[in-house]
Write a protein of this length. Structure first.
Length: 78
C-alpha cells in the first residue's frame, strides 16, 4: 500500500499496514474484515437512531476482535 494513500476506517481498524511477515492470506483476511467494518461504519454514519449506532459500534468492535484472533491463529508459531 502506498504511504500516501488515505486509509479507510476499516483499514485503520484492522491495522492493514502492519504485516511484518508479508503473509498473503493474512492480508486477504484483513481486507475482508476491513470491508465489513467499512460497511458497518457507513451504516452507523447513516442512522440517527442512537441505539442502532451503539449496536453497530459493538459489531465493529467484535469484528476487530474476530480479525485479531483470526490473524493470531493464522500466524501461530509453536
Amino acid at each position: 500500500m502506498d504511504k500516501n494513500t488515505k486509509l479507510s476506517f476499516g483499514e485503520k481498524a484492522v491495522g492493514s499496514t502492519s504485516d511484518p511477515g508479508g503473509n498473503l492470506e493474512v492480508e486477504t483476511v484483513r481486507i475482508d474484515f476491513a470491508n465489513i467494518i467499512d460497511t458497518l461504519d457507513d451504516m452507523r454514519t447513516e442512522t440517527d437512531n442512537p441505539e442502532v449506532k451503539r449496536m453497530l459500534s459493538l459489531a465493529i468492535t467484535d469484528a476487530q476482535t474476530a480479525q485479531m484472533w483470526t490473524v493470531k491463529a493464522m500466524t501461530w508459531q509453536h
